[in-house]
Design a protein around this ligand. Structure first.
Ligand code: HEC
Length: 179
C-alpha cells in the first residue's frame, strides 16, 4: 500500500512538473516572438540606423547675395573690412580690453559657428559678451537697426565668400544645431 501511494504522488508530481515546463516553454516562445516583432517594427520602412543625416548644402540666392553685399558695405565693412579681412592684428585685444573686429572671410572663425550663433551675434552685438567674459566689444547690436530679413541677407552674403569646404562645415554646424 505504501508503495502505491508514493507511485501516485510521483506521477502527480511529474504531471505538475510537465505542466510547469510547458508554461515555461510557452512563455519563452512568446517572449521570443515579442522580441522579433518589435525588431521587425523598428526596421519597417528600412530606416537607416544613422539617426541624423545632414541635407545637401543649399545654393545661395544670387539676388540675396547682391542685397547682402550692399548691407555689408553700408554697415559692416567699416570694422570688418571691405574685403572681409577684419581689423589689423585682430587677434590682439585693445588696451581698453575691447576686441577687434575679426575677418569674416575663411581666415576668421565666423564659419565655425552655426547660423543661430551668428544671427544672435549680429542681433545682440558685443553686449551679449559682457556677462560671459567681462570684456567689452565694439560690435554694435543690429537687432534694432536692421530688420530680421536684412540680418539674414547679410549673413548670406558673408557665406557666399567662403570656399566650399568652409561652407560645408558651417552648414553641418547649422543642421546639427536644429532641434
Ligand atoms: C564698430 C565696429 C563693428 C561694426 C560696424 C560691425 N562689427 Fe561685427 N564685430 C566687431 C567686433 C569688435 C567683433 C568681435 C567681438 C564680438 O564678437 O563681439 C565683431 C564680431 C562679429 C561677429 C562674430 C564673429 C565670430 O567669429 O565670432 C559677427 C558674425 C559680426 N561681427 C557680424 C557683423 C555684421 C554682419 C556687421 C554689419 C551688419 C558687423 N558685424 C558690424 C565690430 C564691428
Amino acid at each position: 500500500m505504501a508503495g502505491d501511494v508514493s507511485e501516485v504522488s510521483f506521477e502527480y508530481r511529474s504531471a505538475q512538473l510537465r505542466k510547469l515546463l510547458l508554461i515555461g516553454i510557452g512563455g519563452l516562445v512568446m517572449l521570443l516572438a515579442a522580441c522579433q516583432g518589435s525588431g521587425a517594427a523598428s526596421n519597417s520602412g528600412r530606416t537607416p540606423l544613422v539617426l541624423s543625416t545632414v541635407p545637401p548644402l543649399p545654393t545661395l540666392d544670387e539676388g540675396e547675395i547682391a542685397a547682402g553685399r550692399q548691407i555689408y558695405a553700408d554697415y559692416c565693412a567699416e570694422c570688418h573690412g571691405a574685403d572681409l579681412q577684419g581689423e589689423a592684428e585682430w587677434k590682439l585685444q585693445n588696451e581698453d580690453g575691447s576686441f577687434r573686429a575679426p575677418p569674416h572671410d575663411a581666415s576668421g572663425h565666423t564659419w565655425h559657428h552655426s547660423d543661430d550663433v551668428l544671427l544672435e551675434v549680429i542681433r545682440l552685438g558685443g553686449a551679449r559678451l559682457t556677462e560671459d567674459v567681462g570684456g567689452t566689444s565694439n560690435m554694435p547690436a543690429y537687432g534694432e537697426i536692421l530688420s530680421e530679413a536684412q540680418i539674414q541677407t547679410v549673413l548670406t552674403y558673408i557665406k557666399s565668400t567662403w570656399p566650399e569646404e568652409a561652407r560645408q562645415v558651417q552648414w553641418e554646424q547649422t543642421a546639427r544645431s536644429q532641434p
